[in-house]
Every structure is written in C-alpha cells, then in structure tokens.
Design a protein around this ligand. Structure first.
Ligand SMILES: [Zn+2]
Length: 748
C-alpha cells in the first residue's frame, strides 16, 4: 500500500467509518458509555481498561514526506502515526488514541489521576508551514479534586523522520504534579505482531518481547494489567525490518523519563503469559499502550518545560534506531581531554588488595612485586582496588589509606615505583554511596544522602565478600545513596578526591558511576540540600563529574590523569574518558556502535578465556586481566594472558583496520555459515573505506566454514590473519575457523 493511500484510508476511517469500523465504534461507544460513569481507580479496573476517548469526527493532520501524525481535534488524542516510508502504523487504530495522563497526589490520595479522556483541547494551532502543531489543555478536570488550574501546552514538531514532543506545564493547582505521561500511543501494535522492545543497559541492549511471553516487569500484585516500565535514554520497539525510536532528549538530565507499557485488559493465558490474539476479549478492547512518563514534580505555583521526547520510526534493525540517538548526540556531545595512552592499544590488570572483610591481602610496599611481570605481557595499567581504609565497598566515600596496609607515603612510593616500571596506576574509588556502618556516616554523612518523599534515606543492602558470614548476608555494609546535588556533599568528595591526586596516581576509576540510577534511586527530596525538591541525582552527577574535571585541570592536568568510570551512561560520558564493563553471551555492542573510538574495557577472568578475548577483538574493547576475580597475579592464568597478548599484537599490527577504523558492528557485510545467517562478526571501516571483518567461532568442539559477503564489493583482494597466524595471507571470502577462534579478513 502506498503512503498516500494509507493516509487517505486513515482519514476516511476517521470521518466515514467503513463497515468494520462501524462495528468497532459501536463496541467502543458501548465501552465508553459503560466506563465513563466510573472514576479511574474506582470499582473494577475493567472501567479503566475499557475506557475509550470521546474521539470526535474532526482531525488535525501533521505531516511531511516521511511521517503523518493525526490528532483528534476534540481531545488532542494521537489517533494516527504512520511511517510513510514503510506504511507502518505506530498507532494501530484511531479509536484507541490517547492524549495524556497526569498524577497530582494529595496528602490523603496518592492515586489522584487527571485523565486525558476527560479533557478536551482548549485550543490548537498549526503553523503556516504545516510542520508544527500546538495543543493546549487547561483547567483540567480531575477524577477526585474537581477542576485543577493546570495548563499543558504541547508542541509537536516534525523534523525529517522525527516527531519532537515538547510540553510546558503551568501548575497553579494546590498539588504537586508528580508524573505526566505525554505522548501516549494508545495502541502500539496489533496483538499478533512479533515485536521486540530494546533499551540501553550497561553498554549493551536489553531485548525483550513487546507483547509476550512475560511482558511485564512490575509485580503483578501492584498493577491492574501486565505492566513493563523501562528507563534509559531511549527504547526501540521493533519488528525484524523496522522500528520506532522513542527517546528523551534532555542532556541536562534535570528530569527523569520512563517508558511504560501496559497490556489491556490482561493476558489471555496466565500460564506462560500469553496475550489475547484477537482485537477484543469478552467485550474488552485488546491493546498494548505505551506512555512516555515524565516525573516533573512541579510543585504548586511552579511552571516549566518537560524533557523533549523524540519519536522516530526507522527502516532497518537496531542500528538504524540507534542512529537517531547518534544524530542527537552529535549536537551536544564533546568528550573531554584524556591521556594519550588511554586511547592506544594496551591492557590493564585489576587487583583488589583488601575487601570489606579484612583479608588485607597485600601491603602497599609489596605491590610492585605483585605486578612486576605485567609490562612484559603488555599490561601497562593497574586498576588498584581496596587500597582505601576499610577495603572495597567499606567506609565509602573515604580515600584515606588503610594503616593496616601501610602509610600514605608508602602507597605513594609504591605508585611511583610502579610508574617507573611502566605501569600507570589508576585508583578505584566509589563516590556514589556512603557506608552506613561508620561513625562518620552516623554523625555527618547521613545529612547529605538522598531521601525519599517521606524523609527516609534511599539505602540498599550493600556487597558481600569472601566470608560465609557476609556471603550469607549477615553483616554486609549497607550503602546509602548520596545526593550529588548537595553542594556540601560535593565539597566532602572534593576533599577525598584530592587525596587520590596527591597519591600521584595516573587516574581514577569511579566505580558504579551511575549505579544508583539502575537501583531506582533517581531523585532526592531532602529539603536541606539547597536544590529544588526534588532534584534528579543524574543532574547532580553531571555537576560532580565536572567538579572532578576542574580539579584535575587545575592540578595535574587532564592529559596526565585519566578520569574513568564503570559504565557511565550518555550524559555522564563526556566527562568520563573510559568505560569499564563486563559482557556476557547475548551482548549487543550498542555503546561501541554509538562511540566507535571511545576507550571501553571489559573484564577477562577465565583461565583460558579465548571467547571473551575474541569478543574484545571483535568489539574493540581493551582487556582488563582479572585472575581470581581480580585478586590474583597475572602468572596465575598463563593461557589467557598468552592469548590476549597475541590478540593485542594482532591489533597493533593491523591497527589501521582494527583500532583506527570505525566500528560498524554487522553493517556493510554479511556472514553465512552452512547457508544460514551468522551473527558473531563485526566490521571495521578504515579511513580510506577499506574494511576488515572479524569473524569468531564460539563453538567449543567444531570448526565453522564462514562466507563473508561485503556490501558494494570493490573486487579488492582479501587477506586473512589470526592471532596464531598473524602474517596476512591472501584468502577467499570463504574461510574455515577452528573452534574457539577468530579470523580477520581485510580488504587489500
Ligand atoms: Zn538532595
């Protein structure tokens, strides 16, 4: 069906219902009448599930040559959303369209919704160029508090293949606006569609079914329907050939945004969580809704903008969806300076010398001996962990040395000696939490922790080390979530960080640079911290990273000191020059694809860890050797180190193909094994356009014969090399790869 006919059909459905539509509308009308008498939350949730908007007969169409968005002129509901390139409808049915939802909790009713279904547009205005639509709702009818003096001014702007939704909220009601969902896609996909949902997670993409099975993340007991709520900069809803990018484009992170998916009315079969396959079940409309949920926490009398939301349909796989994010990133992302060595091919060792359970493994003076072999294996950086008072994950955020391991002068001397041996020392530090077991915490630090709306500190149970007592969870050191928007807390951290600089280290690795966020600890409501109540911790973390950067700039200099972190996400990544992460089977190199040249490092812990190292080669990750879970010596796992050295030697030899070339993941080439699509490969593109394809065989026991087909083949000769046979030899496009091995094919 052509794009034009799709739109024509859509308009016809809205104005002159066909036979099928008439049935649907009668059904809808029936549900509407039945549901409108009930307030949201009252009686059975069937009334909310069945509730349809009083969609009128007039529409407002916003379109360009790529997109067509249709809004109901009466309610402002989004009734149509079409990718004209593919004809795909991202809002499946006009009668299931929705506008917004809002929650304004009162002291005695946290569930205090304002439904878009009850509110009509106060006005709308379409710009003369037809690309911008302003929708205004005001004096909102709420479910339980009558009319509220709240004005929502939404602006939808088309820009090529993207639709940007921006909203300004004026809150003159007596209540706080805790959450506000807009836009809402009232019916994202037909029940039968096989679709996936993906989101950024720890340098990778988490992928889950959009519908079923188990399309829920929130506990069943707490929701009315199967519900999934995701965070992250963006989500992708996709078929195998196209998708929809939904992202929050607020680089200041002043507001958190989440993505909520609800299956209404519920699963057809709860044994295995299968959704209904029909458009109604027992008279209830079947639909999957997506709400972009803002958490503005605009208090009474406050006004402000919400995070801009971009909806962009795309053709292709996840790379095309992530390209939307890359384009936005290019408008504001500017990585800060770093030492030159961090950008080169090199390897690290991570070593923990004391845990929170006082194993006191190595004194400072003995450190150089433990890493003496590193340089001859190409290991030029040591990430030193547990050097601080109390050991790893204890006494946070202290950067004092531990007298049981030696003096600060001894550590400084050991660092200097290791630097002389050719080893850069990067000190592990953790500034995200405070250890609640210390006197420091009980007398001072608790004041600077993030508190929930009830004034209680967001805490969690901490980490467990070595002893059966701690592994059983009897004595872990609990961790409280620090509020990085509290200037007094940042001042404490500045004092601690200065100690790291004073020790003469070559850098710091801020562990769990953003872990609070994945623990749902995103906001601080403490009224004594000098920030808006509440404030996002994300925005504070940007301030914190910039503070550290300023300190480095003003002392040792950014080119002499690496500021790095454990997998900081996008808005923090500008300041953190290197990401440390761990990968596992199923890893999708989303972050590597977004940042082709960013220093990223993965843990290598196995005693013959070829597969992990092959993935490092494939995805351009730096190796971090960590025998005995980063407590051992490099000589403990010679098989791993030997293979890692061969891979790094190969990377150095063909640096122009494997390091200085742009990572394209699986784009620009296809690989087939036994005639079937094969996915364990990656493509690098050199500055002159010549490509390398890295193909791995993850099978343990048999070779594979892989055929590589490069897009737009220029009939260049192919050369092959492997870590074991590094001299490149001419080869065809079909190669045999032994078990547990990797091969690099290069265009001559
Ligand atoms: Zn705070």
């Amino acid at each position: 069906m052509s794009a034009k006919s799709v739109i024509f059909t859509g308009l016809r459905q809205a104005t002159r219902p066909g036979c099928l539509m008439a049935l649907l509308l009668v059904c809808g009308l029936h549900n509407r009448v039945r549901a409108q008498g009930w307030k949201s939350g009252q009686g059975s949730p069937v009334h909310d599930s069945d509730r349809l908007y009083p969609i009128g007969t007039k529409s407002i169409v916003l379109e360009n040559d790529r997109l067509s968005l249709t809004f109901d002129q009466s309610t402002g509901a989004l009734t149509g959303f079409i990718n004209k390139d593919t004809g795909w409808r991202w809002q499946t049915k006009p009668n299931l369209g929705e506008s917004f939802n809002l929650f304004a909790p009162t002291p005695d009713r946290s569930y205090n919704p304002v439904l878009g279904a009850r509110n009509r547009l106060a006005s709308f205005d379409k710009s003369t160029d037809g690309r911008t639509l302003t929708l205004v709702w005001s004096n909102l009818e709420s479910e339980y508090q009558g009319r509220l003096d709240i004005t929502l001014r939404g602006v939808v702007h088309l820009d090529g293949d993207s639709a940007r939704f921006e909203m300004t909220v004026e809150n003159h009601s007596p209540h706080t606006i805790a959450s506000l969902s807009w836009p809402i896609i009232g019916s994202l996909a037909e029940p039968q569609a096989v679709m996936k949902l993906s989101t950024w997670n720890y340098g990778s993409l988490s992928v889950m079914p959009l519908w079923n099975p188990a399309s829920q993340s929130a506990g069943y007991y707490g929701t009315d329907y199967p519900t999934r709520i995701l965070d992250g900069r963006f989500v992708l809803a996709s078929t195998s050939t196209q998708g929809l990018y939904v992202g929050a484009h607020n680089a200041d992170a002043e507001e958190n945004v989440k993505y909520m998916f609800e299956v209404k009315p519920g699963f057809e079969i709860s044994y295995g969580n299968r959704n209904p396959q029909t458009s109604t079940i027992s008279g209830h409309p079947v639909r999957l809704t997506m709400q972009v949920v803002h958490y503005p926490f605009l208090n009474s009398g406050e006004s402000g903008p919400l995070a801009p939301i971009v909806l962009a349909p795309y053709r292709g796989d996840w790379h095309a969806g992530v390209d939307v994010y890359k384009r936005w990133l290019a408008t504001w992302f500017h990585p800060l300076p770093m030492p030159a060595w961090a950008t080169q091919i090199h390897a690290w060792q991570q070593l923990q010398i004391n845990s929170s359970e006082d194993d006191l493994r190595t004194k400072y003076v003995d450190l150089p001996a433990r890493v003496a072999d590193d340089p001859k294996h190409g290991i030029t950086v040591l990430q030193l962990v547990g050097w601080n008072r109390g050991g790893q994950d204890r006494d946070n955020p202290t950067c004092d040395t531990d007298p049981r391991l030696g003096t600060a002068a001894q550590l400084k001397d050991a660092i200097a000696r290791m630097e002389n041996m050719g080893i850069h020392v990067v000190l592990f530090a953790k500034y995200a939490w405070a250890d609640t077991s210390t006197d420091w915490y009980k007398t001072e630090l608790y004041k600077h922790m993030a508190t929930d709306p009830y004034g209680d500190i967001y805490t969690w149970a901490g980490y467990r080390y070595q002893t059966p007592e701690q592994l059983a969870g009897i004595n872990p050191r609990n961790l409280a979530t620090a509020c990085s928007n509290d200037a007094a807390w940042r001042k404490i951290l500045a004092g601690e960080f200065q100690k790291v600089i004073d020790l003469g280290a070559d850098g710091v690795l801020f562990d769990e640079a953003q872990h609070r966020h994945s623990s749902d600890y995103n906001l601080c409501f403490n009224p004594n911290h000098g920030h808006h109540v509440p404030a996002t911790i994300w925005s504070g973390d940007i301030k914190l990273a910039n503070m550290y950067r300023t300190m480095i700039r003003n002392t040792v200099g950014e080119k002499n000191f690496l500021f790095s972190g454990e997998e900081p996400e996008d808005v923090l990544e500008e300041a953190y020059s290197l990401s440390y992460l761990r990968i596992e089977p199923g890893h999708t190199p989303e972050e590597r694809y977004v940042f082709p040249f960013r220093p990223m490092m993965i843990a290598v812990t196995g005693f013959d860890d070829r597969e992990m190292i092959n993935h490092a080669l494939m995805y351009r990750y730096i190796l971090s050797y960590e025998p005995f879970n980063f407590k051992g010596d490099i000589k403990d796992f010679p098989l791993t180190v030997d293979y890692g050295q061969r891979v790094d030697a190969l990377r150095k030899r063909y640096k122009d193909y494997l390091w200085d070339a742009e990572f394209r993941d699986t784009l620009q080439a296809k690989v087939r094994v036994r005639g079937a699509k094969y996915s364990d490969y990656s493509v690098f593109v050199r500055k002159d356009g010549r490509r390398a394809v890295v193909v791995t065989n993850t099978k343990w026991d048999e070779p594979i014969r892989a055929t590589v087909v490069l897009d737009a083949m220029a009939n260049r000769l192919l050369f092959c090399a492997t870590p074991e046979r590094p001299d490149a030899v001419p080869c065809g496009a079909t190669v045999t790869i032994p078990p547990r091995s990797v091969i690099v094919l290069m265009e001559h």
